[in-house]
Design a protein around this ligand. Sequence first.
Ligand code: SF4
Length: 701
Amino acid sequence: MANNPMMNRSTCAYCGVGCGIEIHTDTNGSHSVKGDNLHPANFGKLCSKGTNLARTLTQEGRLLHPMINGLRASWPQATDYVASEFKRIIKEHGPDSVAFYVSGQLLTEDYYVANKLMKGFIGSANIDTNSRLCMSSAVSAYKRAFGEDCVPACYEDLELADLIILTGSNTAWCHPILFQRIKAAKQQRPHMKVVVIDPRRTATCEIADLHLPIKPGTDVALFNGLLSFLHEQGKTDSHYIEQHCDNFDAAINSARNDGASLNQIAQRCDLPTADINRFYQWFAETDRTVTCFSQGINQSSQGTDKGNAIINCHLATGRVGKPGASPFSLTGQPNAMGGREVGGLANQLAAHMEFNDQHIDQLREFWKSPNLARQPGLKAVDLFNAIEAGTVKALWIIGTNPAVSLPNASLVVRALQRAELVVVSDCIASTDTTQHAHVLLPATGWGEKDGTVTNSERRLSRQRGSVDPAGEARQDWRILTDVAHAMGFGEHFPYKRAADVFREHAKLSHQNRNSPRLFDLGELADLTDQAYDDLQPQQWPIRAGQGTPRLYGDGRFSTDNGKARFTAVRCQGVSHPVTPEWPMALNSGRIRDQWHTMTRTALAPPLNAHKPEPFVEVHPNDAARLLLINGQLARIQSPWGTAILKINVTDSVRCGELFVPMHWNNQWARGARIGELVNPAVDPISGQPESKHTPCRIEPW
Ligand code: SF4
């Protein structure tokens, strides 16, 4: 970008911790990265993925030019083609015959323009995001409990807590810098306790005072048992409940019905009674308790209920939004939170607005939209079902690889083959998804992109471009803006730079000041371009120039009456239990050094050294029974597909259960595409798939 050495502050491309990064460019144009000492998420530290980011700044494998039906095209040709094909299909079949499938990798500005184009101008809400696979159950749980999708806690709470519960979270591998912060806090304050609730004994158990290897699907029973225990032991905060909450009686009655005694809960969750008692006692005794939850809770056919069962226990003890005391969802992706803010999910509008008459009118007026969508659109799994059924005919995929990452991935491939038009914007040329594209649009990648992201603690940070875009790659917001112009909506998409989009987004968020909602970036609505460039990390809502570390600590929530709502939940188990035909339970998740479908992390050789090939973890008893030999190959079959993986015999998984990493795909290891195995059952409220439990069988290959 320049012949002089320079340094830009930016944000990591990977997980929801949102670490600050310095990108250094030397006089030869070579790049290196290090942690940003000034960023409050990481104070200079980086994990292995962040440390190796500079190695991914390569032209290797990049998509460099627009392509139409396999032939190189100019940008005007590609833009006009996408616009005219979308217009043709909309004219023939209506606005709901087209869709966007976007990504938590997008920056907020990209997400905002995509959402505005689809919902405000095409007139359909068929825009969903891979964040559906990541955090949508937490979103639904927060909305049910607090009236708004607001994470009440901040990272500092992890250092102030006396008890940290990590449930459904391999924090050590999936949010490594937060794990390091917890570990350091525990070393400084040895009385701090950590409870890990996870069917697997993961690397996170290194700091656990107690590990509960829970039976998959029984989390609601465990937390309902805790709620009953707190009530019976007189450890609930009756004043807080009376002053600040509704629906406690229904919740406690429901909780009691899930198990009247510790023994019953223990049997249900397949855990020792004494360990459950210890966990409940610690929770009851410890005011400063933070419960972190992540995909092990969210990726479930009852993910929303699981989130609410956790939040119920925090409401019952008045531990919400207080220093060292809160429920705290750890976001998977770097900008899943930003996507939630701009309405990137098919069932919400921009700026935390809902599909109700008041918000639809407000948004239509603000955007001057001719035909704002009035109904929620199709969530990810339903969307691909609709494409496969022929109802949705055109799809624009932006920055994600659904042929690998979605459950029932074979159906996803059939859907892409059936669609009349598949447009893919990506920075990578060859993926399992780009193979099916009629139009390929080269997008900028990390290091080239410019905009904002929001991390797990609601902190906005800038991603700043430090590297010239590869080939003809363009910013996603610009590609979308150009297509909006070509479709005839130009006057409503006047953006020349990312700052223009951000200012509009911030202004929109300030439209609702007479509502109890908290999401508000109004003070940033008039930033100059320079001030946008210089924007420092801060947590929304921003008031009098200050960010807000915690929400709801005063007991006033985002509901109409200002009270939080307990949710009555009952444990329902998993959607597809094991059977004699499919006797094993398949769990899928991340490994430490790869990200999603490996399109970027696999470019960094040191990251491939940690776990160089796909594998399946098998308990020794199962291995002995099924004649599975460590290091040899096994065939895993589920009702949805097949994979061939190397056997890793370990007692870190429960007997009767298997663990497989989610990352590999047909580009890197043929036959190891895990999405093919995973069942497509979803949570009925959030639409999040049950990626943590699929019935299957395994045999030597
Ligand atoms: Fe990046 Fe997450 Fe690692 Fe931080 S913890 S460096 S955000 S991958």
